[in-house]
Design a protein. Structure first.
Length: 315
């Protein structure tokens, strides 16, 4: 791969397939190129202060480095940004990728490659706490039981929130049987009333919609209390039905939530506060990427990783 001028060349060691990758295949974001934005790699040609040989993860938004957002060290909303594997920039499902040195973050030796792959999505989960006031004891429900929802639940529980996960798959819900987390199987409830009754009867301070489905928004509106906050994490190809009157009458705040900063996620992983190892369903070599995508699209699975150096069958 030719290196972009002024950027580091990174050998990809391991990469993760996320729901956004699956939606891009369906047409979301109109992207054409190499997918993949969750990765860990090793610097082979350096740019900036990060030494060759460093094991790194990468902030996926590459800004112009000149607009007000970039000058405030936040390229996530740079109007000229490219986004690794999503917008205008080839991604991590390859042997090599390039990123500016300022986008690279060295990770602790204590983290395995597979754990490091979770830095980017875990940072997105941590971002919820930057956007809404989720004080200890706040009542929160996470709609969805998939890859990102699993991380969000763990972050909120660690922050001391009274957290519930609502999902469709008992096996996935069982992974969240951790301190302070309630789990509810959606099919066992006849409606939002049953779900609220199971949560103590009161509507919730915060609902995080991470189901990856358009129906999740309607459920979120049924669960949220007046002047509560709904955080939208789902990205999918298609339109969403919205009863806007309820948002107005109940003065509900709707917050879009995307990428987060990496350091809080690295700290949670390094300290052991969040254990992501049970979330890996399968591992595939890069040359078996089609099978890896099929596995990642199976609702029974969670995180599927691509071991770039692996050859042969999956594990």
């Amino acid at each position: 791969m030719p290196r972009r001028e002024g950027e580091a060349l990174v050998q990809v060691l391991c990469a993760g397939i996320c729901s956004t990758d699956l939606e891009i295949v369906k047409g979301y974001a109109g992207f054409s190129g190499t997918l993949g934005h969750e990765f860990v790699g090793r610097v082979v040609e350096s740019s900036g202060s990060i030494p060759i040989g460093s094991r790194v993860v990468g902030e996926i938004n590459v800004g112009c480095n000149a607009c007000p957002e970039c000058l405030e060290s936040d390229s996530r909303h740079c109007p000229e940004r490219t986004v690794l594997g999503i917008k205008g920039r080839d991604g991590a499902f390859a042997e090599y990728l390039t990123l500016p040195g300022r986008n690279l973050v060295v990770i602790p030796d204590s983290l395995t490659d597979e754990e490091a792959v979770f830095v980017e999505p875990l940072a997105a989960a941590c971002h919820v706490l930057e956007q809404v006031e989720a004080a200890a004891g706040s009542t929160v429900a996470v709609i969805g039981d998939g890859k990102l929802a699993q991380l969000i639940v763990r972050v909120l529980a660690h922050a001391g929130c009274a957290t519930a996960m609502i999902g469709k798959h008992r096996q996935k819900l069982d992974l969240c049987k951790i301190a302070g987390v309630r789990t509810m199987l959606l099919e066992s409830a006849t409606g939002a009333g049953d779900l609220l009754a199971a949560l103590g009867g009161e509507k919730l301070n915060i609902v995080v919609e991470a189901s990856g489905s358009a129906s999740g928004m309607q459920l979120a509106l049924a669960l949220i209390k007046p002047r509560g906050s709904i955080v939208l994490k789902s990205t999918y190809h298609g339109a969403t039905r919205l009863d806007a009157w309820k948002i107005v009458v109940d003065e509900i705040s709707i917050v879009g939530s995307r990428c987060g900063r990496f350091q809080p996620a690295i700290d949670l992983l390094a300290s052991g506060a969040v254990d992501v190892r049970p979330l890996v369903t399968a591992r595939f070599p890069l040359d078996n990427g089609i099978a890896a995508f099929r596995a990642a699209a199976n609702p029974a699975n969670l995180k599927v990783t691509l071991d770039i150096a692996m050859k042969g069958a999956s594990s």
